[in-house]
Design a protein around this ligand. Sequence first.
Ligand SMILES: C[S@@+](CC[C@H](N)C(=O)[O-])C[C@H]1O[C@@H](n2cnc3c(N)ncnc32)[C@H](O)[C@@H]1O
Length: 301
Amino acid sequence: MENSESKNPIIVYEGKNGRPKIKVVMKENYFKKSRQSQKPIDANRYPDTNDIITNALISNSPYPGYWEQSENCAFSFFERILKQSNPGIFLDLGCGQGRLLLKFAKYYKQAVALDCDRSRIDKAKAMLKNHRIKNIKFINDSFLKTDMKRDMFDAVVCSHVIQHINTGECSAFISKICNILKPGGTATILTNHSTKKRDFFVKSALENNVISEKEISENQFNEFIADKSNGLPIHYFTIDSLRKYFIGLRVRDIRVFHCLHANTVADKIVFRDTIANIPLIKNYSGRDVIVIISKLLTPVL
Ligand SMILES: C[S@@+](CC[C@H](N)C(=O)[O-])C[C@H]1O[C@@H](n2cnc3c(N)ncnc32)[C@H](O)[C@@H]1O
């Protein structure tokens, strides 16, 4: 007998050898519905969907065009290195919506674009369809979980990714970048810069078009990374703490950029990032930092 009146699940009574047996049969959509209602958190979702927080930050640039000018200048040393090196294989690690693929893939025979968030990979693919770039292979996976051959890449760019990973994974993350880099290859890592004397952590959110950054503890940061609730957790690194990850590697350059203080008369005379990178000033300037490293041909023992 089927109780067709009842909601899911349906209970069917089966009598066999005179012994009643109860079988529970789920209606077609039951699992689908229950899965939706207890939808698991997507551990790979990047919280700033559509880069809304990032775009708000860019629109607060101290003068028009500064945000791009500052980043282009930060990348210029890396671009000089790659123009002089072999056009081999390039990795955009945490490619997001693919803007840096447009900038760098053309220098290489083959480019690999990796991101753990499927929706961002899809957006990168859609954006690149409008350009004639055909040498890109996409991988949708988390970097530490992806199988990659040692000494595989001539260059790696990892832009604005390590500030969003669990602090316990930073060391393994950077070691793996070095591992997959060919000897003599170059890696460029961009991240948030702490102008305090210590690393610090914030939860960044956009409320009424205003970005708020609330300082949180390292433990809270790691919890936010895991639970993917609203807001973007960010780790700000001091230059000294970054250097510790690169021991044994050739650090070619460390520059700060995106100096977001208000305009001054000095802006009419000199590019603000030039002043920001004067050695004694560097530790106290810039929202972002770029580190360019080369893998030694013979490793330090
Ligand atoms: C702030 S966006 C930067 C995107 C791009 N690199 C750029 O500079 O425009 C960070 C990206 O890193 C990705 N990401 C974060 N952790 C990752 C991981 N462990 N493995 C792969 N991608 C990761 C996110 O999904 C996101 O798309």
